[in-house]
Each structure stands twice: as structure tokens, then as C-alpha cells.
Design a protein around this ligand. Structure first.
Ligand code: TTP
Ligand code: CA
Ligand code: CA
Length: 627
């Protein structure tokens, strides 16, 4: 459900940058013979020439669309070059595209806060850079305005269409503009320079939207593609929203947008202006009502997050038509493949970036022979993530079995799986220099049983091939602490010594108390059954968890008698207990802040310079298709 965040009164400069026909550009860089030639990237599955996942602009000029398959694209454009995505483990391997995206992020992030929003797009908060430029070298004072900036599309200028570079120059330099527009003018120049740098250094073109908030920047970036940028001055916002179909807004693409159209006759975002905030709240609830009221006015307070790395990892595969998986063993084979890739990726994230993923999620699409309930979706399921390929595989299969049981309503029906994806989310940093906590990351954990699975938050995967769930799956309990194994993490020899000496310093606490909660994600060794005693709060939580377990166990047992469902309530109770005597104080400072606070609570309960080369513009990069 969309929630409105308060928008700061301070003027801001936010850019949304999206790569043009990204996978195609990556392939064209790999094989320069493809430059200027109509090109598309196709799926691994070669049925009917393979599904198109990226279409170059030269091919778009011939009418080739992403919805086509290779054979159809060939009919429309006989000279089209179809490049197959790289393949590993029988499925698309997107690493090449991911790292190409990282090259771009490294450049874009040099001018301000940068949020990597998907494989080929970022948000930038350029407010500080724009303020500095306005103070030190405002557009009017520059010897010359970069050519790429003069090619910007400024919404609302000259009745919606730019008359030319002179108008843009005047807009960029206008002395009587308000402060927000002056900052936007600086942002326009900064983004133009960044885009030229991206082209020079990576050979990729991109397009951008520049506005006062994320929502407006995102709306503007695809308006003039490829290789162009669009600016949204405050005065142009009402016209922009008045003509924007509701379904074009990401959050209004689904049921909410349909309801606005069918129930209220609202066709464009601007049509929402007719309704008071109160009325929208009455109809759609307080949060969504206020959010709708605000977007009608172009108000959006979302901050650009400082995040260069992905929020989650995921990999998936589709099994269309006759390729649907119809047996548990065929599902298992694919789950294993997907988990192997996921495991490699989270392991390299841990090694390179010192980040731990905490939640494992399985998504699937399925059909069943049930005329009564043909629309029921396969529920996404999640559980705490245990590092190690075989553990991830084991847990993912349990998640699948749990999801299948729910999907079939415990009936013995025929079924088929048309897509499978596994994801790792809730990724947290291990603070820099930390290695000694790794001693706690031991194997002493129990596996995920079907009854431990939580329904994941609904979140459709982004793409058929790159199923990266942007919404974090919600793990409702931390009853199992699943973190990387010591043996799987490279440890710095210097810190090994201090780790070993730290592990000798047990018993630093003189109170014997049992603790629970987030720390369990980091510490597992203390889940000892001989120190069991639960507080009242724990007991209540346990009861809730136990209830969930027993009902869901019964449910799954009835439909899958051969599944391993022998977990018992005691196992859960054990996992919720940790003796603080076993925490080594020397490692506490190295833990993430939230965990440090939690432990301390237990121990002390009471208490711009104009540097871009001139004369190069990004749009020139697109030469006419060679025939
Ligand atoms: P997009 O940014 O949606 O598209 P694009 O970059 O190909 O083209 P545009 O110039 O219009 O932005 O997606 C980025 C990449 O993600 C795309 O090159 C291929 C991949 N992708 C898929 O694999 N499957 C999909 O369904 C979509 C939409 C994208
Ligand atoms: Ca793109
Ligand atoms: Ca994109």
C-alpha cells in the first residue's frame, strides 16, 4: 500500500537515470559489429526464436517490440541481430549486465547520494552539488553551457516543445527564477555532464529525468529516449499530471488504478484534484488517501537512499507452455540450480561487501486442475536464510512444499509450475573491519521446516529472467538464527588471532539471563537446552508461534504425508533462548548498531567545477541503422 512521506520544504534536486536498451548496449559493446545494427537480446529458451527481453532503438524503428518472440521480430525486421543472453546452469546468467550496471553507478555516484534502483537505473540526490554550483559557478557565469545540457527538454518551455537551444539557455540562466528552479538549472548541467562521462567511460548512453522529487524525476526520465534528459520545473507539474494516465504511475498499475478509473472516473493523475483528502481517505484509507491527494499535486517526500548495492538478490526461471514442471523431482532439480546461483551471489556479496542476507524467499507461478479456484496464486514463502548451498536448497524446497500445500488447499490435484524464483533479502552490513563475529556463525542450526515458513509479502518479480524482489520479504520470526558458516567465510589471519583469544573470554557477565530477538540472527552457539527459561513475553510470543506451527503442520501433513514434518514445539522454544554469559563483550562493538543497543540493553537493563568536455552530446551516439 503506498504511504505518503512528508516532503521537505527545502528545495531538492533529484535525478532518475535509466540506461537505454540496456542489455542490447552491453552486447553491442562486447561485439562492436552490432553497433548501429538493429539488435535485440533474446531469452535462453529458444521456442519460436526466444522471447525478446531488450530491443535496441534501431530495431524499434522497424516496429520490433519486447512482447515479440525472435521469429516474429525477424519477420518485422529481417536484418535484426538476435543475441542470446549468456547462459549458466541452464538459465540466463545476468552477471555481465549486473557488472556493467555497476560501472555506471560508480560514475553517477560521484556527485551525490546515489540509490541503485534496478539493474539499469539509479536515483541521485544532487541538491548539495546544485547548491554549491549555484554559489560558485552558476549557469549565467559559465563561459559556455555544456552542449548536452542545452539539448535538455524543459517541460513547459515554449508551450511544451522546446524551440531550441537558445530557449534552454535562457531558462538555465534566467536571473529572476525562484530558488528551486535555479537549483534545477544547476542539476540539469550536472546530470548532462554525468551522462557525457558515462558515455565516454563506459560507452553506454542513458536518459534522465530531473525534478524536485523522485516521483517526478522517474516520470520524466522515459519521456525523451534514448540519450536525452527531461527537466520538470515546478510550474510544469500541473500540466504534466493533468495528462498522465493513472496506469502510468507504478503504484497505480494494478487494482488501485482500476478502482480509480472504474469507481471514480479518474483517468489521469490530475483528475484526482477534484477530490478532497478526506474523501480519498474515506474511500481508500488514511495512508493511501493522503498519498493519492499528494501525488495529484506532485508531492512526494521519498528520500534517495544511499545505496549502491542491490537491496536483494534473486534468480528465477520461467517454464512456459509445455515446459511446465509437473513433478516434485523436476521442481527440486530447478530449485537446486537456482539456489546454487543464489548461494554464490550472496557468498560473494559477503566476501566483497561484508553484507549478510537474512531472508530466503521462494516465488512461483503455478496452475492446477481445480475449476473452482482457477485464479488462486501460488503464495510466496519465506524463512530465515542459512548460508551454504545445500542448506539453501533444502530450505527452498521446504518453502516450495509449504507453498504448494497452500496453493492446492490440501487437495490431491494435478499441478504445474510455470515459473520459479528464489530471493535473498533483508541484507545488512557487517561493519567495516569486522571479522571476529564470524566465530559465532556456526553450523549449529536446524533446517527450515514447512511449518516455519512465513508467507512473504506480495511482490511481483521485476522480470521474467531477473526475478529480483524489490520488496523485502517479511520474516515474522527470528526463531532460527541463520548466518554464514565460518568455514565459508575467508578470515583475515590477523583477526583470527584476536578472534581466538576473544573466544576464550567467556563468562564476562555475572548475571545469568536468557535473551532473545534480533541478536539470534548473529549468534547461534548458545541455543543450549540446559539453560532454558523463558520470560513472560517470550512465552506469549512462543504461544503465537506454536499456534501457527501446529495449524500449518496439520494442514501440510494432510496433503503431503511423505514430507518430513517431525519438528516439535520444543525445538522452537530452544531456539528462542540465548544465555548472555556466552556473549563475548569484545565483539559487541563490531556488531551493527541495532544489535549493540539490544545487547547493551540486556547488560544494563535500567539504564562543482565545470569539467566536462564541451562539444560532445550523447544523442549523436545513435547513428541511423545501417542497412
Ligand atoms: P528496461 O529499463 O525496462 O528496458 P531497456 O533498458 O531495455 O530499454 P529502455 O531504453 O526503454 O529503458 O530494462 C532494463 C533491462 O532489463 C533490459 O535491457 C533487459 C532487462 N529486462 C528483462 O530481462 N525482462 C523484462 O521484462 C524487462 C522489462 C527488462
Ligand atoms: Ca532502461
Ligand atoms: Ca530500467
Amino acid at each position: 500500500m503506498p504511504v505518503a512521506r512528508p516532503e521537505s520544504q527545502e528545495p531538492r534536486v533529484i535525478a532518475h537515470v535509466d540506461m537505454d536498451c540496456f542489455y542490447v548496449q552491453v552486447e553491442q559493446r562486447r561485439n562492436p559489429d552490432l553497433r548501429g545494427v538493429p539488435t535485440a537480446v533474446v531469452q535462453y529458451n529458444s521456442w519460436k526464436g526466444g522471447g525478446l527481453i531488450a530491443v535496441g532503438y534501431e530495431a524499434r524503428n522497424f516496429g520490433v517490440k519486447r512482447s515479440m518472440r525472435g521469429d516474429e521480430a525477424k519477420r518485422v525486421c529481417p536484418d535484426i541481430q538476435l543475441v542470446q543472453v549468456p547462459v549458466a546452469r541452464g538459465k540466463a546468467d545476468l552477471n555481465l549486465y549486473r557488472s556493467a550496471g555497476s560501472e555506471v553507478v560508480a560514475i553517477l555516484s560521484t556527485k551525490g547520494k546515489c540509490e541503485r534502483a534496478s539493474i539499469d537505473e539509479v536515483y541521485l540526490d544532487l541538491t548539495d552539488a546544485a547548491k554549491s554550483m549555484l554559489l560558485e559557478s552558476p549557469p549565467a557565469m559559465l563561459d559556455s553551457i555544456p552542449e548536452e545540457a542545452l539539448k535538455s527538454h524543459v517541460l513547459g518551455l515554449s508551450s511544451g516543445e522546446n524551440k531550441g537551444e537558445d530557449d534552454v539557455r535562457k531558462w538555465l540562466c534566467q536571473p529572476d527564477a525562484d530558488y528551486q528552479d535555479k537549483l534545477l538549472a544547476c542539476g540539469t548541467i550536472i546530470v548532462a555532464e554525468l551522462r557525457v562521462r558515462v558515455l565516454q567511460e563506459t560507452k553506454f548512453t542513458c536518459s534522465a529525468g530531473i525534478a524536485r522529487n523522485k516521483m517526478l524525476a522517474k516520470l520524466a526520465s522515459p519521456m525523451h529516449k534514448p540519450a536525452q534528459q527531461t527537466v520538470v520545473p515546478a510550474t510544469s507539474v500541473p500540466d504534466l499530471l493533468a495528462s498522465l494516465p493513472v496506469k502510468k504511475m507504478k503504484q497505480l498499475g494494478g487494482k488501485l488504478g482500476t478502482s480509480l478509473q472504474d469507481d471514480l472516473g479518474v483517468n489521469t493523475v490530475g483528475d484526482l484534484l477534484k477530490f478532497s483528502e478526506q474523501k480519498l481517505q474515506d474511500l481508500y484509507g488514511i495512508n493511501t488517501g493522503t498519498w493519492l491527494w499528494k501525488i495529484a499535486r506532485g508531492i512526494n517526500g521519498d528520500e534517495v537512499e544511499d545505496r549502491l548495492l542491490p537491496k536483494s538478490h534473486g534468480c528465477g526461471k520461467t517454464f512456459p507452455g509445455p515446459m511446465a514442471l509437473k513433478t516434485t523431482s523436476s521442481v527440486k532439480q530447478w530449485v537446486n540450480q537456482l539456489c546454487e546461483e543464489l548461494s554464490e551471489r550472496i557468498q560473494s556479496d559477503l566476501n566483497q561487501n561484508k553484507r549478510i542476507a537474512q531472508t530466503l524467499t521462494l516465488h512461483a507461478r503455478a496452475f492446477k486442475e481445480d475449476e473452482l479456484d482457477p485464479l488462486k496464486k501460488f503464495p510466496s514463502k519465506s524463512c530465515p536464510l542459512r548460508y551454504g548451498t545445500s542448506k539453501i536448497q533444502e530450505d527452498a524446497m521446504h518453502l516450495f512444499e509449504s507453498g504448494l500445500s497452500d496453493f492446492l488447499n490440501s487437495k490431491n490435484l494435478g499441478w504445474g509450475i510455470t515459473s520459479l524464483a528464489v530471493g535473498a533479502s533483508k541484507i545488512v552490513d557487517i561493519p567495516n573491519g569486522t571479522t571476529s563475529i564470524l566465530k559465532y556463525l556456526t553450523e549449529k542450526r536446524t533446517s527450515c521446516n514447512p511449518s516455519d515458513c512465513s508467507d512473504a509479502l506480495p511482490g511481483e518479480p521485476d522480470h521474467a529472467t531477473s526475478l529480483i524482489s524489490q520488496k523485502d520479504a517479511d520474516t515474522k520470526s527470528y526463531k532460527e538464527c541463520k548466518v554464514p558458516l565460518e568455514s565459508e567465510v575467508e578470515e583475515n589471519p590477523k583477526t583470527k588471532a584476536s578472534r581466538e583469544s576473544a573466544s576464550d573470554s567467556k563468562g564476562l557477565f555475572d548475571r545469568d539471563a536468557n535473551v532473545k530477538g534480533t541478536i539470534l540472527r548473529y549468534f547461534s552457539g548458545g541455543c543450549s537446552s540446559n539453560q532454558r527459561s523463558t520470560s513472560e513475553v517470550e512465552t506469549n510470543q512462543l504461544e503465537e508461534e506454536e499456534e501457527k506451527i501446529s495449524s500449518s503442520t496439520a494442514n501440510i501433513t494432510s496433503s503431503h504425508p511423505n514430507l518430513n514434518l517431525n519438528q516439535n514445539k520444543n525445538a522452537l522454544s530452544e531456539n528462542w533462548i540465548y544465555n548472555i554469559e556466552e556473549i563475548d563483550l569484545s565483539v559487541v562493538d563490531e556488531l551493527p548498531l541495532e544489535i549493540q543497543r539490544e545487547i547493551r540493553g540486556w547488560i544494563h537493563p535500567s539504564k562543482r567545477i565545470n569539467t566536462a568536455k564541451r562539444g560532445s552530446t550523447v544523442a549523436h551516439y545513435f547513428s541511423p541503422a545501417r542497412k
